[in-house]
Write a protein that binds this ligand. Structure first.
Ligand code: PXP
Length: 237
């Protein structure tokens, strides 16, 4: 049965629109856990556009499931992670101008620098995933670097403009999930997944966990976080 990690970044996006105290991603994280989330994901971006340091600190203290910190592999972020000690870190590429994470990590080109960050985090007892595009050479490089797992980028699948394109992307995700699993990597998936497109991806047996944010937080405006999380958890499982 696959797990659902709920990303609460976009609760913070709404709060930061007014630089106010509400809505609070800390409260949203607790409500998501009460609704059955298996984990909570937050992305502490270099520009702090949504999640703030204070959010990460408090969620670390209150999270009762598994805290997954998404971050770039910078010296600052590695030292925050080693101090805060989330159970899991997902290393993501980060560009200041992007609206959201736009592509997987360039694992092949940055093997040496990524491998140093991965070792430091693992030495701190943290499970390390790399957020990557579904490509065979990237699975092999992730394994060489010593990552514990990969989070397969489902954004291209989710945003596919045609049925053929979507099916081709799904095949790539299936092949990479299978290769990653053969290499001993844990397989997670996320980005752009919603109540409709998650169904085909959840049929892939190697995927153990889904990180889903935007669609759940958007739906919670209509039905509340509790219902939105329960509905997604039912689909994922
Ligand atoms: N996984 C990673 C690595 C991400 O960067 C994001 C977006 O923050 C997600 C999953 C969740 O994507 P979405 O908000 O589109 O569900």
């Amino acid at each position: 049965m696959a797990r659902l990690s709920v990303n609460v970044d976009h609760v913070a996006t709404v709060r930061q629109a007014r630089r106010d105290h509400e809505p609070d991603p800390v409260a949203a994280a607790s409500m998501a856990e009460l609704a059955g989330a298996d984990g909570i994901t937050v992305h502490l971006r270099e520009d702090r556009r949504h999640i703030q340091d204070r959010d990460v600190e408090i969620i670390r203290m209150t999270c009762k499931t598994v805290l997954n910190l998404e971050m770039a592999a910078t010296t600052e972020m590695v030292s925050i992670a080693l101090r805060v000690k989330p159970e899991m870190v997902t290393i993501v590429p980060e560009k200041r101008e992007e609206l959201t994470t736009e592509g997987g990590l360039d694992v092949v080109c940055c093997e040496a620098s990524l491998s140093a960050s991965v070792s430091k985090l693992k030495a701190g007892g943290i499970h390390v995933n790399l957020f990557v595009d579904a490509l065979p050479e990237v699975m092999k490089a992730s394994h060489r670097i010593g990552a514990d797992g990969v989070e397969l980028h489902t954004g291209t699948y989710a945003n596919a403009g045609s049925k053929d394109e979507r099916e081709a992307e799904l095949e790539k995700i299936k092949a990479s999930a299978s290769l990653a699993s053969e290499l001993g990597l844990k397989v997670h998936a996320g980005h752009g997944l919603d109540y409709r497109n998650v169904q085909a991806v959840r049929e892939i047996p190697e995927i153990e966990e889904f990180a889903i944010g935007f669609s759940i937080i958007a739906r919670s405006v209509y039905v509340g976080i509790d219902m939105a999380v329960r509905e997604m958890a039912d689909l994922v499982r």
